[in-house]
Write a protein that binds this ligand. Structure first.
Ligand SMILES: [Zn+2]
Length: 102
């Protein structure tokens, strides 16, 4: 994994831990120990975080889709209303002229 490719203080002093965890700052002498530590202590959290983020995005998307559906319905209703108003105005106009002619 890329995160582990840049050891801190490697070859500096051999008896000083040279691999530091980016998450909790624990130090390890060997890269494999750090990897094991990370897998054991942080990987689940990372996955969980990703999963939560993913769920959140899904919810957001559902919300947007609902909003779009709602707006589409609204447009259809408004258009139907507009046509109905025009028709009823036309009928009223006809009735009006009919009344005037009598
Ligand atoms: Zn750690």
């Amino acid at each position: 994994m890329e995160n582990f490719e840049h050891p801190y203080r490697e070859k500096h002093l051999l008896d000083i831990p040279s691999y530091q965890c980016e998450k909790c700052e624990k130090q390890f002498k060997r890269k494999s120990s750090l990897v094991r530590h990370w897998e054991k202590s942080h990987r689940q959290n990372e996955l969980l975080k990703l999963k939560l983020k993913n769920d959140h995005l899904k919810l957001k998307m559902d919300l947007y889709i609902d909003q779009i559906k709602f707006l589409k319905d609204l447009i259809i209703i408004q258009e139907t209303l507009r046509i109905a108003t025009i028709r009823s105005n036309g009928i009223n106009q006809q009735n009006l002229s009919a009344t005037n002619e009598q």
